[in-house]
Ligand binder design. Structure first.
Ligand code: MAN
Length: 367
């Protein structure tokens, strides 16, 4: 089921950016996917901070060539490679290659990702036709980003843009924070959450002097991957963690949920567009509303997603049936939501804001 009475218009130009539109970072590499982009309005431009997933061209039929950041590189030695390549034997019966994103051991632990992601800027004046930078804008850096940086969410506060992203390594998935004023130079501010956590979206303004974020711990054992709220006096130190929204077992958002787009301020509350996945790993986007002054209060949550994978670029691709959005903005009563389609390409949908708000306000779901 899909939520009724909400007009959704997928842009005719979708997918807006596909792997073939992006140059690999190194000779003999290939781009597997360009997706899950952070979104910012900057001057009269729309900026997408793309997640670009790439790997060395696979030249050896018997082995998977896995890219890993050379985190020990000194930086000023041009001879030293930025990336190391690990060759993994496909015949190794102790390994599981069934998920195209990862290589697991037989106990189910991920031992490698099959690609490494960096962040790359794409710019547009009309929000439809984008020019993608020719090389990486931000490469992973250091041992805690050895496996890449992923899924950035961009929040503008004053003149500064704050970027929360997944920092992935063999130590786990942590949440990194960097800032920029111009999308040309970036300041790394360090990790703000330890593993395993991801899907952080920082609210665009302080509420009663405190900053807020949505985050998504990934408990192993007790607990579920659900949405939490935290607050901070300075965007650096986060505490007062509270559980916010849970799974709805057996439904479209029954296996895991997470932010989502950066919260959008409306008169009725903070509009939260979040992803939910079911047992079959189908990712859809749903909506909830939080109290403006007390963002720990869920005012409404739609029963059904407002968008589900339907277009061919959403139902097929590197990892099929995924709609995963990290950012959106409002223009003329429409929410322009940019999203990763099937971990493959970037698409955009225009969602009717008044209809979305009225569907939310009619919902029976509280909490
Ligand atoms: C993960 C996320 C995304 C990705 C989806 C689907 O949970 O971190 O990076 O788009 O899975 O593969």
């Amino acid at each position: 089921m899909i939520q009724q009475q909400i007009k959704i218009e997928r842009l005719a130009a979708n997918p807006l950016i596909a792997p073939g539109d992006v140059q690999p970072s190194f000779p003999d590499w290939e781009v597997l996917g360009v997706f899950n982009a952070g979104v910012a309005q900057y001057g009269d431009e729309v900026i997408l901070l793309l997640r670009v997933a790439e790997r060395p061209r696979q030249t050896d039929p018997g082995r998977v060539l896995v890219p890993v950041l050379n985190a020990e590189r000194s930086g000023d030695d041009a001879e030293e490679p930025i990336m190391n390549i690990v060759a993994v034997d496909k015949e190794n019966s102790g390994l599981d290659f069934s998920d195209p994103r990862v290589i697991r051991d037989r106990k189910g632990a991920t031992i490698y990702l099959t690609s490494i992601s960096h962040l790359r800027v794409a710019r547009s004046r009309d929000g439809v036709r984008f020019t993608v930078d020719e090389g990486p804008t931000v490469l992973p850096e250091g041992p805690l980003e050895r496996w890449g940086i992923e899924d950035p969410r961009v929040t503008r506060i004053g003149d500064r843009y704050h970027i929360a992203y997944s920092a992935v390594s063999d130590r786990g998935v942590a949440v990194g924070w960097m800032t920029t004023e111009d999308f040309a130079s970036f300041t790394r501010e360090g990790l703000i959450l330890a593993p395993t956590n991801k899907d952080v979206a920082i609210f665009p303004e302080a509420i009663d002097g405190k900053y807020y974020m949505l985050h998504r711990p990934v408990p192993d054992g007790i607990g579920e991957p659900e949405i939490w709220l935290a607050e901070s006096p300075d965007l650096r130190h986060w505490g007062n963690h509270r559980f916010l929204m849970g799974l709805r077992k057996g439904k479209w958002d029954g296996a895991r949920i997470g932010a989502g787009c950066v919260p959008i301020k409306t008169e009725a509350g903070w509009l939260i567009l979040y992803h939910g996945a079911d047992q079959s790993h189908r990712y859809c986007m749903g909506a909830a509303l939080l109290d403006l002054q007390r963002p720990d209060r869920v005012l409404a949550r739609m029963e059904e997603p407002f968008i589900v994978p339907e277009a061919d670029y959403e139902t097929s691709g590197f990892f099929h049936s995924v709609i995963f959005a990290c950012g959106a903005f409002v223009k003329e009563n429409q929410v322009l939501m940019y999203y990763g389609a099937s971990d493959d390409s970037v698409a955009c949908a225009a969602v009717d804001l008044p209809q979305l708000m009225s569907a939310l306000q009619q919902t029976e779901w509280k909490g």
